[in-house]
Design a protein around this ligand. Sequence first.
Ligand SMILES: [Zn+2]
Ligand SMILES: [Zn+2]
Length: 229
Amino acid sequence: MMDCGFGIAETKARLERVGLKPCDLTGIVVTHEHDDHLGGVAAFSMKHAIPVYMTRGTSHWLPPEFPAVLVRVIDSHSTFEVQDLRVEPFPVPHDAREPVQYVFGDGNARVGVVTDLGCSTHHVEEKLSGCHALVVECNHDLDMLWGGSYPVGLKQRVAGRFGHLDNRTAAAMVKNLERSQLRHLVAAHLSQQNNRPALAVTALAEALGCEESWIGVASQQDGFGWRDA
Ligand SMILES: [Zn+2]
Ligand SMILES: [Zn+2]
């Protein structure tokens, strides 16, 4: 499992929806300390004795009572394995202590996930190139953000280079990638206040020159279902 912002019961319910039980999990890989990613990790990990993988900077945010035996500190540039899964972390520009995002691989397919990044970098695009599936942050529509009700300081933070990707920047980043293997693209981490699924889909489809129906959207309520390779 990657990140966990929910409480124990909600996490269990969401796992059940995709046919999984807590005991099916062999690890939780964490991206950074923000509450929507780390908030539920410690409780779930302790309840089910599941090890957590995170950078040193992120591990500082675990509660003091968290058992050291469950912590696996990772290097943000070094690939590691969780059973049969190859996990490639990479650093991202985001306003957290030592944030990373991940590419997961099983030897056949590579799945890249970026949920929180303020802007794209050459290194991020190198890591995401050649993936078979991508889950990409489309946090906000710039016009909705600037015209919306957030305080000015928060708008600047969200739109800043260590904040979150807007639809058009996300689309431009995906367009830059080597995409010959790409079979699935899912827009994720959409703001409920500052975005609409249709805006994210249109931005991605226009940039890639593909059908809008080919692009998936993860909703905060339902996430997204299993996909066939
Ligand atoms: Zn964040
Ligand atoms: Zn987030």
